[in-house]
Design a protein around this ligand. Structure first.
Ligand code: AQP
Length: 324
């Protein structure tokens, strides 16, 4: 059975970009593979943060992942910092990662440009990510499109380590993308991203969601309701494809091109379908938040399974590298 690994940062609320690009897929494939899903708190500390807030967000992310459908009986969901081998393997991987490969990463360049003081952790982020994945010797990594370049780096790291210390020990992990591999933000300018504030959170109420959808950018060439629109360039249409039944998607396409519906009509239909998908997730989260010990136990079990797999990898890595 191929192994899968994927991670998510607890840097804020899970949004529909994370959900459609990654988490929904994780739920669908969790029992087809031996799977590990990790809340990567160590990745979230490269920017200024409050320790109490990080702890709270890590718990909230775990709750959301279980509410979205990850099942502790079928998969391992755990917090990265609970498995110390992640940082140990990262240090080792630093010694087989060319600096130029890191400086080339698009996300590094973008994030560094947005920060006053750039911490080395931002540059090294993909090395820790390679350690996260390869610690479990995962073959398949279900992610959104923005992570493909980082995964390419994990492949380089695996190849370099294997060349020096053990042929074929680490598999070269492959991305597994969904049809909704890149969800744009509500501003229509960039990918939906926690740090850009252009998101819809999975736990937001229908009222909050509507307040964000209503002014969201659509086809910029459609100025008046009577102008025919082009769904192919409309972000709202992309969201319909993710949340609405096929017949509705076809109807939206027709109504947009013929200027039958205005953008607000179209958004109302999307809002209803989005609410129908998110409501059961929100209800499960509500139920689970009344039993915090259940969440603690599920994360504890996930970490125990992850530690067993991680310890086995590190035993072999240490041996191959000549550590006494
Ligand atoms: N807009 C998106 N469309 C599709 N997939 C997305 N993902 C993130 N944004 C989109 C996927 O969600 C998974 C977890 O992401 P993450 O939180 O670990 O990292 P991220 O890509 O850095 O997410 P954000 O929201 O953009 O956070 P910030 O702003 O803090 O960096 C990944 O599989 C990712 O591909």
């Amino acid at each position: 059975m191929p192994r899968i690994f994927s991670g998510i940062q607890p840097s804020g609320e899970l949004h529909i970009g994370n959900y459609l690009g990654a988490v929904k897929n994780w739920v669908q494939i969790q029992s087809l593979h031996e799977s590990f899903f990790c809340i990567v708190d160590l990745h979230a500390i490269t920017v200024p943060y409050e320790p109490a807030v990080l702890r709270e967000r890590t718990q909230a992310m775990a709750l959301t992942l279980f509410a979205a459908g990850l099942d502790p009986a079928r998969t391992s969901v755990f917090v990265q910092s609970a498995v110390r081998e992640h940082t140990e393997l990262q240090w080792i991987f630093n010694s087989v990662t060319p600096l130029g490969e890191l400086e080339r990463q698009t996300q590094f360049k973008e994030k560094a440009a947005r920060q006053e003081q750039v911490m080395a952790g931002i540059l090294n982020y993909p090395v820790l990510q390679a350690a996260d994945i390869l610690l479990y010797r995962a073959d398949v990594v279900p992610v959104g499109e923005d992570q493909v370049q980082h995964l390419e780096l994990s492949r380089v790291v695996a190849r370099n380590w294997n060349a020096r210390f053990g042929a074929n020990f680490f598999p070269e992990p492959k991305p597994l993308l969904t049809p909704t591999r890149r969800i744009m933000g509500l501003d229509g300018q960039a990918k939906m991203s926690k740090s850009l504030g252009n998101t819809i959170g999975l736990m937001e109420t229908p009222e909050q969601t509507w307040a964000k959808l209503r002014p969201a950018v659509t086809d910029p060439a459609r100025v008046k309701k009577t102008d025919p629109g082009n769904p192919d360039v409309c972000n709202i249409f992309q969201l319909h494809k993710a949340f609405s039944p096929e017949a509705t998607v076809a109807e939206v396409d027709r109504q947009c091109r013929s200027a039958g519906w205005g953008c607000i009509d179209c958004k109302k239909v999307l809002h209803a379908n989005m609410t129908a998908e998110l409501a059961p997730i929100q209800a499960r989260a509500q139920e689970m938040s009344a039993k915090p010990e259940g969440l603690r136990d599920a994360l504890g079990d996930g970490a125990a399974k992850a530690r067993t797999a991680a310890a086995e990898t590190m035993r072999q890595v240490r041996d191959a590298m000549g550590f006494a």
